[in-house]
Design a protein around this ligand. Structure first.
Ligand code: NAD
Length: 357
């Protein structure tokens, strides 16, 4: 029997609620598909800061490094916003990404037929949406140096640096090519090369690498136009390749095409070693503790973990089919509900999905 060791980071806010559902589902899938999975739970985010004074304690990072995959819920809360930047939960995310060298973030955005009405856009605009955002995750402006505050001026100033070298752009482009080759072979690279030197290097490097694969059709788009096109005609996109900052913004925009941020999974990967699989959403402090969060983004992240991280493709498909069946029967969490749906709590929709596995 195959054996896996995964680390579960429940984090903050709605994290523990959606993690509880995920744990049960993964255990059931492992029984049904004959593999053994050890789930090691570690503290991460605000809760880790409370106990260890760090949002990403060494013990947590060590366990993650030794695992086959990491399943992360979400971190953050307004009460940590006044902490020094390196102590905030969100800094823990950056530390984890750096520690595991997770340079590629993959965010699939696919409209599920049963949820066509949940989108804020018209049905005919979103019905053919099936795209993947490939975002560079450990470079660019979030990590660039120098950065900081200048206080010895008349008025306060602050600055950050958006920097990439061509090797960083090459390796993320190669990931995008790999993914595009499994799909429609179309890559749209998003940048701001009309204004930024770093984007010009991005554009030149992407062109150089993609031109070596004759199957790939490459287009380029400025980020402002890409934001507009994602709302005007999102069905035109197959693989969107972009940098850390632009990918952060565009993938949340793309998230809303599906109706709720509670439906979107992601995977953060490197070329070897464990990946981190996590929902796109944050810790939703406004609904935390009420058992009303949508656990599906985390379950779809678990499905990506099974498929990409553990090579348990059948279990992943079983889970996705179970989710589709529950949605097509009209069961919804509050974030997705319309007049015709039956609104269930986080744990209740989890139980319905368990029944379909
Ligand atoms: P958020 O994603 O937490 O919430 C945005 C809105 O979406 C809220 O109205 C929330 O209730 C709703 N929502 C999110 N997930 C949901 C779900 N599963 N089911 C139903 N509704 C859901 O974003 P925010 O409010 O900007 O940030 C809250 C905290 O989360 C902040 O501290 C932020 O820094 C942090 N954050 C963490 C991550 C992460 O852990 N990867 C990502 C984004 C934000």
């Amino acid at each position: 029997m195959k054996k896996y060791k995964i680390v579960l980071l429940s984090g903050d806010g709605i994290g523990p609620e959606i993690s509880e559902v995920s744990k049960k589902v993964i255990k059931k899938l492992s029984k049904n598909h004959n593999f053994d999975i050890e789930i090691i739970e570690e503290l991460f985010g605000g809760i880790a800061y409370e106990k260890y004074g760090s949002p990403a304690p060494d013990k947590t990072l060590d366990q993650c490094k030794k695992s086959d995959a990491v399943l992360l819920a979400c971190v953050g809360d307004i009460k940590y916003d006044s902490l020094a930047r390196e102590l905030r939960p969100e800094s823990g995310l950056l530390k984890l990404r750096s520690a595991l060298n997770l340079f590629a973030n993959i965010r699939p955005v696919k409209i599920r037929k049963s949820l066509l009405d949940a989108s804020t856009l018209k049905k005919e605009i979103v019905e053919h949406v099936d795209l993947i955002v490939v975002r560079e995750l450990i470079g660019g402006i979030y990590f660039g140096k120098p950065r900081g505050h200048i206080t010895d001026t008349k008025i306060p100033k602050a600055f950050n640096t958006m920097v990439y070298d061509s090797a960083e752009i090459e390796r993320i482009t190669e990931i995008a090519i790999k993914i595009a080759n499994q799909r429609n072979k179309k890559i749209c690279s998003v940048d701001k090369s009309n204004v930024l030197e770093v984007s010009q290097l991005w554009r030149d490097t992407v062109l150089n690498i993609t031109s070596k694969d004759k199957n790939i059709s490459l287009s380029n788009m400025y980020v402002d136009n890409a934001a507009m096109q994602l709302v005007r005609d999102p069905g035109q996109f197959d693989v969107i390749l972009t940098s850390n900052l632009f990918g952060d913004i565009l993938s949340d925009l793309a998230a809303m095409l599906t109706g709720s941020i509670g439906m979107l999974p992601s995977a953060s990967l490197n070329n070897d070693g464990p990946g981190v699989f996590e929902p796109v959403h944050g810790s939703a402090p406004d609904i935390a503790g009420k058992n009303i969060a949508n656990p599906i983004a985390m379950l779809l992240s678990a499905s990506m973990m099974l498929k990409i991280g553990l090579n348990e493709e059948e279990a992943a498909e079983n889970l996705e089919t179970a989710i589709d069946k529950v949605l097509s029967k009209g069961f919804r969490t509050a974030d997705l509900a319309d007049r015709s749906s039956e609104v269930l709590s986080c744990s209740e929709i989890g139980d319905k999905i368990m029944d379909e596995i």
